[in-house]
Design a protein around this ligand. Sequence first.
Ligand code: ATP
Ligand code: MG
Length: 565
Amino acid sequence: MSEDPIPTVPTAPVDFIRAIVDEDLASGKHRGIVTRFPPEPNGYLHIGHAKSICLNFGVAAERGGTCNLRFDDTNPTKEDVEYVESIQEDVRWLGFAWDALFYASDYFEQLYQFAVSLITRGLAYVDSLTADEIREHRGTLTEPGRDSPYRDRPVAESLDLFARMRAGEFPDGAHVLRAKIDMASPNLNMRDPALYRIRHASHHRTGDAWCIYPMYDYAHPISDALEKITHSICTLEFEDHRPLYDWLVEHLFERDRPRQIEFARLNLSYTVMSKRKLLQLVQQKHVSGWDDPRMPTISGLRRRGYTPESIRDFCARIGVAKKENVIDVAQLEHSVREDLNRRAPRVMTVLRPLKVVIANYPEGQVEDVDVINNPEDESAGRRKVPFSRVLYIEREDFKEDPPKKFFRLAPGREVRLRCAYFIRCTEVIKDASGEIVELRCTYDPATRGGDSPDGRKVKATLHWVSAVHAVPVVVRLYDRLFSVEDPERASGGKTFLDYLNPASLDILRDCQAEPSLATARPPARFQFERLGYFCVDADSRPGALLFNRTVSLRDAWAKIEQKRP
Ligand code: ATP
Ligand code: MG
């Protein structure tokens, strides 16, 4: 496949985040910028993460800064090395390289010492209320919270308890470390938020070294500050957490304080995007795995045949804003279609074969017809495709009783076989049950190459393969995993699982491809003429070829764009 000289980092327009970064560089607030992408390794990355990756790595690369990959691995029970590895693979595959790789768990000792410092200064305390009691004390949006009776316990007592929490003296839930901020704050996140909890669980990196683990809201700002992150870009749901972020950074760091900036997360129609739900789809076997081509994961999109360029292009097009919205999944499909249109070689494959015998073509004769590989790309060259007496065409390209607007093959009618000849159907052969099993046709030798010297017109051009030369292939056609636009908004006792599309996968086992595909290896991508874009699946083997349809040719998004005033 020809590789276009596509820049690794597509230039994105100046959104509000880039504007802030540019201002900070111009004013001299920062000499260089540092960003990070901070996934929690509790699942595979999805297309929403791609938006965040393109933003964090993109801004840094465009502005001469650096970007870290940091695993936010503070919750031992849900995390796994399988996820750590897949995340690195996906970021690399998208075309980005991190300047440094960090784990929040690398900071466990420092995070602990910062907590000791907060306690010593009267800014944190060990609370011994139960989880339920803490909830009761928290108050509501309209009512202030109440102080815990442990709030004013002596610093020395909190220090002692915190050390013994670490030493493993207490069961889960016996105590928590809380910041001492303001139980009457209108922002619930500031009502003495928990900083540490006891959790007797093995961590995928630190093993059993710890039985207390820092909360995300505590670990994140400190990790950012330790790495001298300048702009900590996150999604809107953290906006209400920003005062806590700032409170921690201000009390623990004299300088190089990171600034949190929130943007709207990506939501896609016909898609669920929370890792919890994606995990459920995998665990309950609604899909074949995290990389099932119907999944919105990066690995699923990769297996589906998406290119990194198409995903980066999609992220650049949707842009970055501060307001939540839902992007039409057709826009994602549009990006891959555009990319593959330029790059994917055209081939002929028949998905549902119908045998055609050209009665007046000499038996045993074979000729090569000349076919252009990609009309969009001269440099892709041409190839020879064998033509012979017995061919396969697409079953749906023939109708015995053609309706009014059906212009393809029918009894007595003439059509073009792509780059080959005009053929006319002379006879329809059926089996005992009445099913059509074969068409008898004649060809016009004067139409070689696909044009008639007498100016005769045909209304359809069909793709075809020569039966003796064809290679059998299995083709998987995919449709949307969900049949409703917003599967997350399930109501009336239903869940998103009730909206799974029962027809999201169709496996065609009797397809016939032109012989050039015999040597196709993953991740090769093709346009199957008239049918869509397809890629070789990772499980494909020589002699047992397996293709996935990435996307059909019909571009719903282009139509939507055209209709715009
Ligand atoms: P999910 O809600 O899907 O489980 P998460 O936010 O828990 O995702 P993280 O691993 O914490 O997943 O995400 C890493 C980074 O990716 C965070 O900065 C997060 O804000 C960002 N991110 C997650 N989902 C999206 C999304 N849909 N659009 C844009 N950014 C996202
Ligand atoms: Mg998260």
